[in-house]
Write a protein that binds this ligand. Sequence first.
Ligand SMILES: C[S@@+](CC[C@H](N)C(=O)[O-])C[C@H]1O[C@@H](n2cnc3c(N)ncnc32)[C@H](O)[C@@H]1O
Length: 217
Amino acid sequence: MLPDPNDELQAYAEAHTSPETDLLRQLNRETHVQVLAPRMLSGQLQGRLLSMISHMVRPRRVLELGTFTGYSALCLAEGLLPEGELHTVEQNPEQEDRIRRYVAAASLTGRVHLHIGDAAAVVATLAEHAWDLVFIDADKINNALYYELVLPQVRPGGFLLIDNVLWSGKALPSYPLKAADKDAHAVRAFNDMVQQDARVENVFLPLRDGLLLVRKR
Ligand SMILES: C[S@@+](CC[C@H](N)C(=O)[O-])C[C@H]1O[C@@H](n2cnc3c(N)ncnc32)[C@H](O)[C@@H]1O
């Protein structure tokens, strides 16, 4: 049987992308062994992209919605300025100990602030911040809510990254979407909304499950 070209492409891209640090590899492995739905973790290819973007932006203030086990937070923190800080929000308290353990192992305690709670509620408490870089990766049905809450807090010229905008291919018009699939309809509507939003410029990267890069004008 011929190899699936998508698998081969993914493997080739991973083989020509810098490897994870030992700590990220350990977190990736631990998440796959101990946590439900480990495929939510960004992984090597997207993680290295998040790190690369963070190094390009050199942010002072980073916000992440949807920490999961902390993998993407550690990647995004790699490009922080020395005085920079990252705030990350996770609603599942079961992840708290693991996230704090890995943040400490990365020597980021004091610079990475974990908020256990609902993303919209926590964002409202962080209104004084001017974000340089925001990663929206929580419950996809609320992408538009988070985007509208956060965009006024992003500095002009700042960036937002939104994950899973392909939603396993269900975002594509040819996919026979069921009327009841609310998440997929929300992802489609959100992608269309950003495309029409004159406040931003955007690039849709078909990497992994789709990553939308947005720059506030
Ligand atoms: C796709 S995972 C995040 C993956 C992580 N950013 C990474 O790349 O490794 C989504 C996370 O968002 C969390 N989440 C879902 N709804 C949320 C909400 N309303 N507020 C905060 N976190 C939420 C889930 O518990 C889950 O851990």
